[in-house]
Ligand binder design. Structure first.
Ligand code: NDP
Ligand code: 2IT
Length: 446
């Protein structure tokens, strides 16, 4: 490791003991930025990277609620207000039993760079709880969301901090949280994104992350004179991002052969077509069932406890969770001919996996660039809310496409190497950094 990065990381590790996911995210960015900052000393003197790696504010609180049996439950709630240099804090809320300070700080940190890349005025934040929505009734989810918001409402606002969904938080949860916020504040404002379309939500927001990940991959393919048409695609996850990545890749003429959840994956050699995708949406969003049921319904193989990266493909779209592609998985992907990885999830590839992609010079779109479509359309939802009007599907989709093209261009500008290879990792880290860093310097030491 570059000794300057090592020194920087020793300080981060000492100050944030035990937060391994946060260390991982910061180190990946520091490896791109430390050499860049050496060449641009104004950032060094202003200690911008040191400041970006320290959240502006962390809120941790108790969430007591009563389950259907009448028993009291207690969860932990968090909101990380990471950076507000270029706009109000913005980022999703995650409900998952693994949620802890380290995971939310890594997500908040990534969000700062991602939001900057969208070109919209969005700061970075993230929140969530260790609450597990699996197996809970609608009533329990509502009770929990109301208790969560009974504390969070005093910290957020349409010009302060604007949450949205993430793992375990979709339209249902956003509705319950928004309802409680409105009741406590007596204000109908654009305090959340991902709202229902009848009450301030933007068209295309549900689709945006998955569509954006495919648009980004299509841009990478275009550089090689190639496209999704006829490509074999493996996708992990079967939630919001995975479903709409499947939908757009299908529309672009690809064959999608896998989907997964935390219990295993299905392999459909004939491809997941539009009708099968509708079944998955119903299974996951309404019945809240398991992906193994797909295998029973369509008579395909289900691989329990396994991830999809053992299946041969041209393009891999990880859309489930962090660190779901290990070094070994990455080697298997490359060995089997995979030459595009576009990350719908946040930090799905371990640092060793990323090294495999870069060493093999494949097209690698890191999450902060490739999954920025979701937060970008959240930014467009905020604009529509401020103007008190709503744009058509076509208008939002065309803005999303141009934002993803722009992000690709920013990555190319900052990541192109002397032989023409585009290092999207460096490109997204540096491209995301510059705007935030310049704003921080302009605003003084705050
Ligand atoms: P959902 O809750 O809708 O779906 C998550 C999917 O990933 C489910 O299939 C889930 O399986 C699976 N999954 C979750 N945790 C794990 C785990 N520990 N191991 C294996 N599989 C797991 O979430 P989203 O689709 O919204 O989010 C997916 C990823 O995309 C996350 O990394 C998120 O941060 C990122 N993202 C989301 C955005 C959005 O707009 N929603 C925007 C940008 C990024 P199971 O049902 O078994 O839990
Ligand atoms: O990781 C992410 O970018 C999100 N979960 C979406 C955030 C948002 O505010 O729309």
């Amino acid at each position: 490791m570059d000794p300057r990065v090592e020194k920087f990381m020793a300080n981060i590790i000492a100050k944030n003991a035990g937060e391994s996911e946060f260390h991982q995210a910061v180190q990946e960015v520091a490896e791109s930025l430390v050499p860049f900052i050496e060449e641009n000393p104004k950032y060094k003197h202003a200690k911008v990277l040191e400041r970006i790696a320290e959240p502006e504010r962390v809120i941790i609180f108790r969430i007591p609620w009563i389950d259907d049996k009448g028993d009291v439950q207690v969860n932990k709630g968090y909101r990380i207000e990471m950076n507000s240099a270029i706009g109000p804090y913005k980022g999703g809320i995650r409900f998952h039993p693994t949620v802890n300070l380290s995971i939310l700080k890594f997500l908040g940190f990534e969000q700062v760079f991602k939001n900057s890349l969208t070109t919209l005025p969005l700061g970075g934040g993230k929140g969530g709880s260790d609450f597990d929505p699996k197996g809970k009734s609608d009533n329990e989810v509502m009770k929990f969301c109301q208790s969560f918001m009974s504390e969070l409402f005093r910290h957020i606002g349409p010009d302060t901090d604007v949450p949205a969904g993430d793992i375990g938080v979709g339209g249902r949860e956003v509705g319950f949280m928004f309802g409680q916020y409105k009741r406590l504040k007596n204000e109908f404002t654009g305090v959340f994104t991902g709202k229902g379309r009848e009450w301030g939500g933007s068209l295309i927001r549900p689709e945006a992350t998955g569509y954006g990940t495919v648009y980004f991959a299509e841009e990478m393919l275009k550089i090689k004179g190639d496209s999704f048409k006829g490509k074999s695609v493996t996708i992990s996850g079967s939630g919001n991002v995975a479903q709409f990545a499947t939908e757009k890749a299908l529309e672009f003429g690809a064959k999608i052969v896998t989907l997964s959840d935390s219990a295993g994956f299905i392999y459909d050699p004939n491809g997941i077509d539009a009708e099968k995708l509708e079944y998955v949406k119903e299974l996951k969003n309404i019945k809240r069932g398991r992906i193994s049921e797909y295998a029973d319904k369509y008579g395909v193989e289900y691989y329990e406890g396994k991830r999809p990266w053992i299946v041969k493909c041209d393009v891999a779209l990880p859309c489930a969770t962090q660190n779901e592609i290990t070094e070994e998985d990455a080697q298997t992907l490359v060995k089997n001919g995979c030459f595009v990885v576009s990350e719908g999830a946040n930090m799905p590839s371990t640092p060793d996996a990323v090294e495999v992609y870069l060493n093999n010079r494949i097209l690698y779109g890191p999450g902060k660039a490739a999954n920025a479509g979701g937060v970008a359309v959240s930014g467009l939802e905020m604009t529509q809310n401020s103007m008190r009007l709503s744009w058509s599907r076509e208008e939002v989709d065309s803005k999303l496409q141009s934002i993803m093209k722009n992000i690709h261009e920013t990555c190319r500008k900052y990541g192109v190497e002397s032989d023409g290879f585009i290092n999207y990792l460096n490109g997204s880290n540096i491209g995301g950094f510059v705007k935030v860093a310049d704003a921080m310097i302009a605003q003084g030491v705050v």
